[in-house]
Design a protein around this ligand. Structure first.
Ligand code: FMN
Length: 321
């Protein structure tokens, strides 16, 4: 049988396996990344971080980019549109321990695209190229780019952009097979990932709708991509990395899941303190209960938890086999 899950080299760095955690704004903080790493993610990504914030020493920005040594390799994803500022922020994050710098060229949000940032750069390949060149020239670690299928519906610009990224020094590209206009609607097209793969020599990371070992393997089989990146399916289920990396699709029992949640909570508390982590864990709890019998009724209860001990009690009550 073909071996899909294997080590991968991106630029100068060797990564233990080719199953990555996608950048998710408001989600992939240090505690979340650590959980995914513990279950086997080869590489994790921070959420998109403002390049301007890093240059202006914004406390919040620098907090978002804090990587704990036990996390393993973590990419810091930056967004912005000014090559010089992007390059300066990349240096800040390199010094903070980023394994690589990823440039966001996929964010569909209007408040981002209206500043010529995120997926807007798919419409401005010349500017995109200058950004990649400036960032790659400023740091020693590899620089990668995450993009979509294209900006406007039907205007498939990922192939052209990927080539420009490669020519300007990118060490890999990640492709999410939806147009900007689709946000997260419809399906993620694999044809575009295959086209990008056959147009560049650098590794290509396939992204979109992967939710199992079988779908990770079929993504690699159908597109030839070198790695896969998992986003939404990891929310409330960091164990997905174990299933994909090992090929053992058995899920955790409810009591094992309770231990996972409490571990996630304890990292969050130790990194952010009780008040912040209780607030932030609420959304994670709602993801963790997805698929559990009676989840709808539990939602109310979980959105009211107000202390670590409330959460621990609720989790122990809910997640029993
Ligand atoms: C809540 C949420 C936040 C996201 N934040 C980012 C982000 O900060 N940077 C980015 O490049 N993509 C972001 N994405 C897109 C994901 O990285 C990924 O490309 C997309 O969800 C498709 O992969 P999936 O089907 O595995 O979720 C976000 C997606 C979601 C649902």
């Amino acid at each position: 049988m073909k071996q899909y899950i294997k080590p991968i080299k991106i630029g100068s760095i060797e990564i233990e396996n080719n199953v990555f955690l996608a950048p998710l704004a408001g989600v992939t903080d240090s505690a979340y990344r650590l959980m995914c790493r513990k279950f086997g993610a080869g590489l994790t990504y921070s959420e998109m971080i403002s390049s301007k914030g890093a240059c202006y020493d914004s406390r919040k920005t620098l907090e978002l980019a804090t990587i704990r040594p036990e996390e393993g390799p973590c990419a810091i994803q930056i967004f912005g549109s000014e090559p010089d500022i992007m390059a300066r922020s990349a240096v800040v994050f390199e010094n903070m321990g980023a394994a690589l710098i990823d440039i966001n060229m996929g964010c569909p949000m209007r408040k981002v695209t209206s500043n010529r940032e995120g997926s807007y750069l798919m419409k401005e390949p010349e500017l995109a190229g200058r950004i990649v060149k400036a960032v790659a020239g400023a740091v020693k670690i590899p620089v990668t780019v995450k993009m979509r299928r294209g900006y406007d519906m039907g205007d498939e610009s990922a192939v052209e952009l990927a080539k420009i990224c490669e020519q300007n020094g990118a060490s890999a590209v990640a492709v999410h097979g939806r147009f900007r206009e689709q946000y997260y609607e419809g399906y993620s097209d694999r044809g575009i990932i295959a086209k990008v793969k056959s147009s560049v020599k650098i590794p290509v990371i396939g992204n979109g709708d992967i939710d199992s070992y079988a779908s990770a393997c079929s993504m690699m089989e159908e597109t030839g991509c070198d790695a896969v990146m998992i986003g939404r399916a990891s929310m409330g289920d960091p164990h997905i990395f174990h299933r994909i990396v090992t090929g053992n699709e058995n899920h955790l029992s409810l009591s094992e899941k309770a231990e996972v949640i409490l571990e996630h909570l304890s990292y969050s508390v130790s990194f952010k303190g009780e008040a912040v982590s209780v607030r932030e864990m609420r959304k994670n709890l709602l993801w963790y209960i997805k698929g559990i019998r009676g989840a709808a009724g539990l939602r109310n209860q979980l959105s009211r938890v107000s202390s670590v001990s409330d959460i621990a009690d609720a989790v122990r009550n809910i997640f029993t086999d």
